[in-house]
Write a protein that binds this ligand. Structure first.
Ligand SMILES: [Zn+2]
Length: 82
């Protein structure tokens, strides 16, 4: 079960080691892209629209745990680290 996504007021914190800044996020995205080809046959993606997105796992880069990632309030973190 992946951790809920952080928003404007929250952030991730690893309950195992206290990491706040580095996570591996595995996610599946379904997108529709506008591919613009040039005459040589190379292309660039000029537009991309995400149709759906699912986060499968969030893993701490420091201790490797994916079962201890929790949402905490950003304000709460700022108060304890500054
Ligand atoms: Zn950790």
């Amino acid at each position: 079960m992946a951790a809920p996504l952080p928003d404007a007021n929250t952030r991730w914190r690893c309950g195992g080691c206290g990491n706040l800044t580095r996570f591996d996020v595995t996610r599946t995205r379904r997108t529709t892209e506008f591919w613009h080809f040039d005459l040589a046959g190379d292309h660039e993606v000029e537009e991309s629209t995400t149709q759906s997105e699912e986060v499968e796992s969030v893993t701490c880069r420091w201790c490797g745990r994916s079962d201890a990632i929790e949402l905490v309030a950003r304000a709460e973190v700022d108060a304890t680290t500054s």
